[in-house]
Design a protein around this ligand. Structure first.
Ligand code: F6R
Length: 260
């Protein structure tokens, strides 16, 4: 795990975007796993800027998103399909047919998740998976108690996640109680992980993920077992880490090697 601690979320987002841009340049047919939520928005802005400046093209890139609220149509303004279109896809040269988000209105969720995983496999697997982290340590919607081997499936959100996400809805009662989500095991198959975490309300979760024991009660902690996981955070989110200074110089070396 490399932990890149930056002064601001803007700086961290730019650095994370650089890793993605380098992959897209080196392999224009790469497969990206994408996340929604407030955290990756700034990084998506960086990728849009790179695309507009013609530094990178997404024409042949394929994407699969982590999750979707169960019961919301892709046209709903709080659906994750809508979010992706508005915050990234509509502003880059990607072929929309190459972008995939789970269908929150699928007739049979079992068929939906099976087909989703099969399509990822057929595409050769995910080269780089973008993640955020919930204040309870979740990745995708793998809430505390999710098996670390879990696959894409239907999940129930915790009251904490419903509370955290209520800011996007008119009222907490409007937040769907369930979602379709890639599993922890599915996420771990990505060849590279880029997780972003910003703000003090993520500090406890970041501490659990990086320095806690590996546990299904902080599903992000499983990333300690991934051999190419990068955590980009601001100082507020890194606040509770014990080995901050060590991570900083180690990450500096790792980034140098990455862009050498
Ligand atoms: C989103 C997702 C979630 C979020 C997490 C943090 O696709 O899978 O795990 O990354 O809930 O959300 P924000 O970024 O809004 O704090």
């Amino acid at each position: 795990m490399e932990i890149v601690i930056c002064k601001t979320k803007e700086e961290a987002s730019r650095k994370a975007a650089d890793l993605i841009a380098a992959l897209v340049k080196a392999d224009p047919k790469c497969v990206l796993g994408l996340a929604t939520g407030s955290t990756p928005v700034e990084m998506y802005k960086c990728l849009i800027a790179d695309n507009k400046a013609k530094k990178i093209s997404f024409k042949t890139v394929k994407t699969w998103n982590l999750d979707e609220y169960w019961g919301l149509a892709g046209t709903h303004d709080q659906s994750y399909r809508y979010f992706m279109d508005k915050n990234l896809f509509d502003s880059i040269d990607i072929n929309k047919k190459n972008t995939h988000v789970l269908n929150g209105l699928a007739k049979d969720w079992r068929k939906e998740v099976k087909a989703y995983e099969a399509a990822i496999e057929k595409a050769g697997g995910i080269d780089l998976q973008v993640l955020g982290i919930g204040s309870d340590g979740h990745i995708a919607f793998n809430e505390p108690g999710s098996a670390l081997t879990s696959r894409t499936r239907i999940v129930s959100l915790t009251p904490q996640t419903i509370k955290d996400n209520a800011r996007f809805f008119k009222k907490a009662a409007d937040v769907p109680r369930q979602a379709l989500s890639m599993g922890v095991g599915s996420i771990m198959e990505a060849r590279r992980i880029v997780l972003l975490a910003f703000g003090e309300n993520k500090a406890e979760a970041v501490k659990g993920m990086v320095e806690g024991g590996i546990s299904q009660f902080c599903t992000a902690s499983v990333l300690q077992l991934h051999d190419d996981a990068w955590i980009f955070c601001d100082e507020a989110a890194a606040k509770k880490l014990k080995l901050k200074k060590y991570y900083a110089w180690r990450a500096e070396e790792a980034l140098k090697a990455e862009f050498a």
